[in-house]
Design a protein around this ligand. Structure first.
Ligand code: AMP
Length: 432
């Protein structure tokens, strides 16, 4: 599925592109068509799944297509000011070319901030993102006009209830029209959320993104690298290690083919496997891999689900997968049953924000290993700096040179044949 499939206005599409979003996440695919149809939604999804865009994009689209000047059309209630600011930032990005207005209204700050919020509310800012207490402070005066409000979004509703905001939410709801579209999101669905949903929502569509957790026995490590350092590093990680069961995952068929070719040149027993091959060819490759005639498969996500080969020693994510679920499926190929396994992800500067999203989904940080000296300097791990900068130069082949002249000696040492691929994780800034 593509963002163009939702019939968004060209000015909104421009914003989506400028934000660096290429394809919708599963929650966006599930929730957006229903929201665009005018249905209420109850979505169970954590931060990191893309739920913010899942509700903001249809809301912006609706506002563009039924413009009324100086009217607040959508109210987003969230538990914390940080979340309000984050959502408003995304809002500004998406609506940059649309002129749909928004403001974050949150507690704290000085009198000046309150006056600014008051002005924005009086002028009928179209999308208001607020924390409950602060909104009530404004509602106590008569300048807030929610008569034209059509959308109520309750984000992180479970957290709001845990923080004791139930009464405040109900009070705010009394000030908005009964006829409206309600969108509610929560990471968990305890009974009290179901009760709130029954009170607030009208025949909602349920959208659920089940998050599987990776097996605990997988040692997960990541290298922060420049795109051009990936090939020499992966060669270094694989060569002369005595590894017999390795899968290297690539984002595209092209990159799997190129990498397969390069690793063959290094004398490794390797084969690329992807959907360009006939089913029979793929089966033959899998048989050879099972029989240890092939030691390394370079694969697309075709292989990330469902293959059942035990004792995969090492998984390498040559590219950061698009989705957290793909990451979990990929690394789930190792550490099956009783065995332990290692999963190494190479993160280029352009993939840092994607990887952060996966870490949010996992609920923990993956240790960043130090790049061995011979590969030169690595980029900083600073996802904010590189956000929205997609890598476009892939198909022209990679530079980075041949790596046969490079000596091994990084901080991941594999014992030969059958040994566990263990390493020190001299993590940058001690993330683990
Ligand atoms: P959220 O779960 O809404 O907090 O989103 C987590 C992060 O993922 C944010 O930094 C978003 O900008 C980013 N994000 C959400 N949807 C997409 C997408 N379809 N493509 C790329 N990045 C996305």
């Amino acid at each position: 599925m593509n963002f163009t499939d939702f019939g968004f206005d060209p000015t909104l599409m421009e914003g989506i592109e400028a934000m660096g979003f290429e394809s919708p996440t599963p929650i966006q695919e599930q929730a957006m068509p229903a929201i665009l149809e005018g249905r209420d939604i109850i979505g169970s999804a954590q931060t990191g799944t893309g739920k913010t865009a899942a509700f903001l994009l249809p809301v912006i689209q609706h506002i563009i297509s039924s413009r009324e000047s100086n009217r607040t059309r959508a109210l987003v209630i969230v538990p914390t000011r940080e979340l309000a600011m984050q959502i408003d930032q995304q809002m500004e990005g998406f609506s940059y070319f649309t002129s749909v207005s928004s403001i974050a209204v949150y507690g704290g700050g000085d009198g000046q901030l309150f006056s600014r919020e008051k002005k924005a509310l009086t002028e009928g800012t179209e999308v208001v993102i607020c924390t409950p207490g602060r909104m009530i402070a404004h509602l106590n005066s008569s300048y807030v006009n929610f008569e034209s409000l059509e959308f109520l979004v309750l984000d992180e509703a479970d957290r709001m209830l845990d923080m004791g905001f139930y009464d405040d939410i109900m009070k705010i709801i009394q000030h908005i029209p009964k006829k409206r579209q309600n969108l509610m999101f929560a990471a968990t669905m305890p009974e009290k959320i179901r009760t709130l949903a029954k009170k607030v929502l009208n025949n909602p569509v349920e959208v659920s993104i089940a998050i599987s957790k990776p097996a605990e026995k997988v040692l997960q490590v990541a290298y922060v690298v420049y795109e051009t350092q990936k090939l020499p590093l992966v060669t270094h990680l694989l060569k002369d290690r005595g590894l017999e069961r390795v899968i290297v995952f690539c984002a595209t068929k092209l990159s799997a083919k190129q990498l397969g070719r390069q690793l063959k040149r290094e004398g490794l027993l390797v084969q690329d496997i992807h959907s360009d091959l006939e089913q029979k060819e793929r089966e033959e490759i899998m048989l050879q891999f099972r029989n240890r005639k092939l030691h390394i498969l370079v694969a697309t996500d075709l292989l990330s689900r469902g293959i059942d080969i035990d004792n995969i020693e090492l998984i390498i994510n040559y590219d950061v997968p698009q989705e957290g679920e793909d990451y979990i499926h990929r690394i789930g190929r190792t550490a099956r049953a009783e065995s332990e396994g290692v999963a190494i992800t190479l993160i280029s500067e352009y993939e840092q924000s994607k990887f952060t999203r996966i870490e949010q989904l996992l609920g923990s940080k993956v240790t960043k290993a130090t790049l061995p000296e011979q590969f030169g300097e690595a980029p900083e791990y600073d996802p904010a700096k590189y956000k929205g900068m997609g890598y476009r130069g892939r198909s022209g082949g990679r530079s980075g040179g041949r790596s046969s002249d490079r000596k091994s000696g990084g901080n991941f040492r594999g014992k030969s044949s059958g040994g566990k691929y263990r390493g020190k994780s001299s993590g940058r800034q001690g993330q683990s």
